[in-house]
Design a protein around this ligand. Structure first.
Ligand code: PBG
Length: 329
């Protein structure tokens, strides 16, 4: 009781503050998303994501070596697929010599110990910009899941350590796990985007991959029939527990900042690691506000990353990974 207890004593100076700080950020916390394109010598900035780039395979090699030197030991790969290779079923996703498969090999060659996770969903390969097969204005669950399982096998064959299904179809974790077991990939892990919300914060990512749902009749304009409604909390728990039952090694909440209540809720109920994806729109907001001089970029970045970890994230997928690690080292 006051004045016997004065909480400010523990805030007197940086030495005592750092001694009692509960949440510390380290390079081990991060999973680095990387965007890959065809070509040579390509490092193109994404318009809505300042200082974030798409890399061709030759420059991807250099980038992952740089990440490794900074202590960043895992990457999450996404590919930008040329329009002429897109169709409704994501056929190109299964090409053993496709861009994703080559990207996996490129990273493993450049940096054999780098943990490689791969995005599993149809949208970058879909002529309609959906995570599943479109038929009559609907996204068809079970036939999509069949493709996702094949895609996962293809990534595992190319050398992926983990597949990361980001599609939100029902039952895909079980189907992928069974397919991996059947093909002998018993050590390939699954990081499930288990509570992924239908969020407007994904906008810049869809620019990066040119993967937004197309504006055509009989094609849904949004992803609300598979991604979750942002008003829901119990549903996130249900989705996540099912994914753990189906064989997910790591679960994920996405986006980050607006969903930290969900992160804590999930952290309290599962016994597997919890990942949080600080998504493209969260990145772009900080970049835009700091470009205008309205926010202190580094301070806001660290505060948000720390908040995500404090909420319960064991792993943070973030476009800020490199910036943070440079700042704290
Ligand atoms: C698609 C996918 C998306 C993101 C990761 N995988 C976009 C979407 O669901 O439309 C978003 C990531 C980000 O915004 O940074 N399967």
């Amino acid at each position: 009781m006051f004045p016997l207890r004065r909480n400010r004593r523990l805030r007197t100076n940086e030495a005592i503050r750092s001694m009692v700080r509960e949440t510390i950020i380290t390079p081990n916390d991060f999973l680095v998303p990387l965007f890959v394109v065809e070509g040579k010598g390509v490092k193109e900035e994404i318009a809505s994501m300042p200082n974030y780039y798409r890399f061709s395979l030759d420059l991807l090699e250099k980038e992952v070596k740089d990440l490794w030197k900074l202590g960043l030991k895992s990457v999450l790969l996404f590919v930008k697929v040329p329009d002429n290779l897109k169709d409704n079923k994501g056929t190109e996703a299964l090409n053993p010599n496709g861009l994703m498969q080559r990207a996996i090999k490129t990273v493993k060659n450049a940096c054999p110990d780098m943990l490689v996770m791969t995005d599993v969903a149809l949208d970058p390969f879909s002529s309609y910009g959906h995570d599943g097969i479109v038929n009559n204005g609907m996204i068809i669950n079970d036939s999509t899941v069949e493709v996702l399982a094949k895609m996962s096998i293809s990534h595992a064959k190319a050398g992926a350590d983990f597949v990361a299904p980001s599609d939100m179809m029902d039952g895909r974790i079980l189907s992928i796990r069974e397919a991996l077991e059947k093909e002998g990939f018993t050590n390939t892990g699954i990081m499930s985007y288990s509570a992924k919300y239908a969020s407007a914060f994904y906008g810049p990512f869809r620019d990066a991959l040119d993967s937004a749902p197309v504006d055509l009749q009989n094609v849904p304009k949004d992803k609300k029939t598979y991604q979750m409604d942002f008003g829901n909390r119990l549903e996130a728990v249900r989705e996540t527990l099912m994914d753990v039952d189906e064989g997910a090694d790591i679960v994920m909440v996405k986006p980050g900042l607006c969903y930290l209540d969900i992160v804590r809720e999930i952290k309290n109920v599962v016994e597997v690691p919890v990942a949080v994806y600080q998504v493209s729109g969260e990145y772009s907001m900080i970049k835009a506000a700091s470009e205008k001089g309205w926010l202190d970029h580094d301070a806001v970045m660290i505060e948000q990353i720390t908040a995500i970890k404090r909420a319960g994230a064991d792993i943070i997928a973030s476009y800020f990974a490199k910036d943070v690690v440079k700042l704290i080292s």
